[in-house]
Design a protein around this ligand. Structure first.
Ligand SMILES: Nc1nc2c(ncn2[C@@H]2O[C@H](COP(=O)(O)OP(=O)(O)O)[C@@H](O)[C@H]2O)c(=O)[nH]1
Ligand SMILES: [Mg+2]
Ligand SMILES: [Zn+2]
Length: 222
């Protein structure tokens, strides 16, 4: 008779903060990308390299989400970019309220682009809107080419997908990852998704990712 839908209620409160964040970012014309992946796919490595390579072109700040520690924010700060660490104390995704308080502590007016590194988890971060401009899915070749098919939600919702660690495919390491299969499965879920096979270690493929970031930042400046 009475149906208590706790999940829906939590999402609604989250959506209120997501709307606030989105309004703030839109007013200030800032691009905000919510990066989602399994732990260890290379998000922080991609971010530190991107920040260093683009430092004369795009001013980047980062909101780091982890269950514990400041390790990732410290890795970002070593590049001289501002970073705010959020510790979720066990929660497996960031909430829009947490991002709202992090945005208050970032020097937003000095930045062009804010990355949110979500908690490493391919499942529920995709269900919690943070008010971001777009989601970016990261999948490394060590995780298997079947992940877009098995974890469809994040690949369906992302504007771009980075296939990281492609250097491992060429190092004589035995990893069965078919890039074409991963691309085809992602495009089945999301026709317009941009896909960049990259290595954050060797730099291979990063030029395409950087061009895309520059274009997206420029769109907001117009
Ligand atoms: N071979 C290789 N290793 C990488 C690459 N990117 C990241 N890694 C390694 O993968 C591990 C996890 O990276 P990290 O950036 O912490 O991943 P995160 O948990 O997604 O933030 C680290 O040991 C990195 O050095 C890459 O392109 N190639
Ligand atoms: Mg990280
Ligand atoms: Zn979660």
């Amino acid at each position: 008779m009475y149906k208590v839908n706790v999940g829906k209620k939590i999402l609604s409160a989250n959506e209120e903060y997501a709307l606030k964040n989105s309004q703030l970012l839109t007013e200030q014309k800032k691009l905000c990308l919510n990066m989602i992946s399994s732990p260890g796919s290379g998000k922080t490595t991609i971010l530190t390299r991107t920040i260093s390579d683009l430092k004369d072109k795009i001013k980047i700040g980062v909101i780091e989400g982890d269950i514990q520690t400041e390790i990732d924010a410290e890795r970002i700060r070593a590049t001289k970019a501002p970073a705010i660490q959020i510790n979720t104390d066990g929660a497996c995704h960031l909430s829009a309220a947490q991002v709202n308080s992090a945005l208050e502590n970032l020097p937003i007016s000095d930045l062009d682009l804010i990355f949110i590194e979500n908690v490493g988890n391919l499942v529920c971060p995709s269900a919690f809107e943070l008010g971001e401009s777009a989601k970016i899915a990261v999948l490394s070749v060590a995780e298997g080419d079947d992940k877009p098919a098995k974890y469809p939600s994040i690949f369906a919702k992302s504007k771009a997908m980075l296939i990281n660690k492609i250097d491992l495919l060429k190092a004589g390491v035995q990893i069965d990852f078919d890039i074409e299969r991963a691309k085809a499965d992602a495009r089945k879920l999301n026709k317009g998704i941009e896909i960049f096979p990259i290595s954050a270690k060797t730099g291979e493929g990063l030029a395409g990712w950087y061009d895309w970031l520059k274009r997206e930042v420029k769109k907001l400046r117009l």
